[in-house]
Design a protein around this ligand. Structure first.
Ligand SMILES: [Zn+2]
Ligand SMILES: [Zn+2]
Length: 358
């Protein structure tokens, strides 16, 4: 009589404990799978998505390409004024497109594989814990400790107090209870949603932003081009292979509304001078631009003729919008050279490929 009673009590305890384990497993499986999928997707994009699979210059090229393709002036100004913020939103947008539109099958496959891995891990842990307890004639406490220690490297699994379950003696039965619950956990975790993804610690776009945007973002004081050094606080000068027309950054001739259209790489070779600050009359010869204060001192601007036709196209294409934006004019000394007007959008994009692939 007493033996049967104890068995009944023990088996209902096993059902309750099985349910409790499954509840916890469900939460930690979803978390572990989404986090792993985020890492895998970021890794996948770093290998196969052209904008993210190269160096910093390559990313910049793709950002500029996308801006040209969209031909949206406020997008350009956002990039020119807040390059880091713009590049971060570019990454976010591209990741979203990749995961949920262009490669949503791939995303789902990665997610399913990660669910399958977790399922196998749990099944192995159930088996090992049950065998150990059987062989060593252990109790619920031993089973729970063994089970959670086998999971802990791959997923979070809160400890369950074994006190209320000390009457369990059929661990094979407990194992089967958890396996039953596991089936629905696997089904529920096999889909992938943006809302769900946002709940977890790791996001593929944030992983890529951390990898790709932890670098120098200092802008050329003349043209606004961003330093391309891959270290956030680097020694030595800031530099960039391609500068821009300083009109892009709103430079103009003092006392007039005439833009300065030349590239800063041309200006630093000229015998002209500039006013580094609005609130002072101080004049600095371009050739000695480094003496104009801290913003200028650490920039290496080498005089050369590599004037990316991209920016020539940009100035011509958005002439009117630039005039309105800065309240200046492309007139007088700031007239746009006629050669600049010969570039099409396709030429501009092609110039990026040619220059950035050097
Ligand atoms: Zn510059
Ligand atoms: Zn720098």
């Amino acid at each position: 009589m007493s033996k049967i009673k104890s068995f009944c009590r023990g088996s209902s305890s096993a059902v309750v404990l099985g349910e409790l384990i499954c509840e916890k497993l469900k939460v930690s499986t979803v978390e572990a799978v989404y986090n792993k999928t985020a890492i895998d997707l970021a890794g996948e994009m770093r290998c196969s998505f052209p904008a993210f699979s190269g160096n910093r210059l390559n990313l910049e090229k793709h950002v500029l390409k996308s801006l040209a393709e969209k031909e949206n002036f406020s997008g350009f100004m956002n990039y020119i004024q807040h390059p880091r913020k713009h590049v971060e939103s570019f990454i976010k947008e591209e990741v979203k497109k990749y995961i949920f539109t262009e490669h949503k099958d791939k995303t789902l496959n990665i997610q399913k594989k990660n669910v399958e891995d977790i399922k196998e891990l749990v099944i192995r842990a159930l088996f090992t814990a049950t065998e150990k307890v059987k062989v060593q004639r252990g109790d619920t406490d031993m089973w729970l400790k063994e089970f959670s220690s086998l999971l802990k490297d791959k997923m979070a699994f809160d400890t369950i107090c074994s006190q209320n379950f000390s009457d369990i003696n059929d661990f094979e039965f407990l194992k089967k209870e958890v396996e039953k619950g596991l089936v629905s956990i696997v089904t529920e975790t096999s889909s992938f949603s943006l809302e769900k993804m946002k709940e977890f610690r790791l996001q593929p776009d944030q992983i890529l932003i951390d990898q790709l945007c932890t670098c120098c973002w200092v802008q050329c004081p003349f043209c606004g081009a961003v330093c391309t050094n891959t270290l956030e606080n680097h020694d030595g000068d800031h530099s960039v292979p391609f500068h821009r027309s300083t009109a892009v950054n709103g430079w103009h001739y003092i006392g007039t509304v005439d833009f300065v259209v030349e590239f800063c790489t041309t200006q630093v070779a000229s015998s002209k001078s500039f006013h580094p600050r609005h609130d002072s009359d101080e004049v600095i010869p371009h050739k000695q631009y480094r003496t104009a204060g801290s913003d200028y001192a650490n920039w290496r601007i080498t005089p050369d003729g590599s004037n990316l036709s991209y920016w020539k196209w940009f100035v011509c294409q958005f002439q009117k919008q630039l005039e309105d934006y800065y309240d200046l004019k492309f007139q007088g000394r700031g007239e746009i050279p006629s050669e600049w007007k010969t570039y099409s959008k396709e030429d501009a994009i092609k110039s990026l490929d040619e220059m950035y692939n050097l």
